[in-house]
Design a binder for this molecule. Sequence first.
Ligand code: NI
Length: 442
Amino acid sequence: MGCLKSMKLLINNTTIVTVNDQDQILEHADLAVSGKTIVGVGKAPLDFIPDRVIDGKGKLVMPGLINAHTHLSMTLMRNYADDLPFSDWLFKKIKPLEDHLLAEDVRLGAKLGIAEMIRGGTTCFHDMYFFMDEVASEVESSGIRACLTSALFDVSGNGEALLAQGCRLHKDWNGRSEGRITVQLGPHSPYLCSPEYLREILIEGRRLNCGIHIHVSETADELSESRRLHGCTPVQHLSNLELFSLPTLAAHAVHLEEEDFKLLSENGVSVSHNPGSNLKLANGFAPVEKMLKHSINVALGTDGAASNNNLNLFEEIHLAGLMHKAVNNSATALPAKTVIRMATINGAKALKLDEEVGSLETGKKADLIMLDIRQPHLVPCHDPLALLVYSAQASDVTTVMVDGNILMEERQLQTLEMGPILEQAAHQSLELIERSQSRCPF
Ligand code: NI
């Protein structure tokens, strides 16, 4: 890891976007970290003697970004299936590759994804995929924070085995890496999980006392199929099954009826809004403005790199900040302050980690990023929030810290070696494609 656990670190004379309850922004301020914990925001404690001082002049410090919905190892499928309708994309191109996935694919895809996320200022992510022990190991060694779920579905007939794997992942990894890893259950979606299977997942979720991460109402077809099969929307279907009695993160929620907003709000369901993926797959515009009016906690996610085609949360911030103004025909929709909350504290709430991360406040874990704001596209800085939403790029992030450990400094990864990762991941991606073609009779 980049620095000693007990290290006392001071970032001085900087601009701090706290994302606290008052959305305070502090200028010429200091931020003190002792070990894993933030011990001073604005000023360091009087008796604080730092082991190291980082010059914060010309920098902006903010909470690390939280990617509330992704399938990390799909980085290997980046730019492999593009400009296709959703069902062709998923069932003709992506699923055949996933049918031939090996643990090594997932391991290298995760490594590549973690490198990409750290370099873009993401300090925590919520993942749903296969061979999740591989992802957990890479999270452990890289120093990033994650909430992990094994994808669960019973349409292929092996639902029981997948559920057993998902529960075993919880047993083996929940709370590991000094609390950096948490585990939930990940029923893929109402359309890949039968009602009986979802009831079993509910029982296991109650037993494990954990939350769930599920795709909900991503496409118009999903909505009409749900009406045909269950006589109601996917949200109503899940509510009828009492799935929302578990803490729930619903990915997408693009196609919602009036009743759905009430159900999501009353049940405290969080939503991961994934604008890049929704735009690229032409799945529609999630009614985020209306969700927020119903006090639904909306976070931001990238979805997998096969439908985005990156894991760049600054791009999602930018898209969310622009798209909802156009869709609502209102330049005041989703102001910068709201979008930054979605990418930080709302993500922490969605992952049930808001006591620990998501804002820069004394007592919270030191998960933070620094941006170099002395660059032509970021000067002058009249409003740091507007700067972050409308002007900043992922490549402006210079320093990334998780749990007080520096994972990137001056854009150099500290826990991962980028050269070999790029080479190995590119090679593994070709192997995966070859493997799927050689064994596929079609
Ligand atoms: Ni997804």
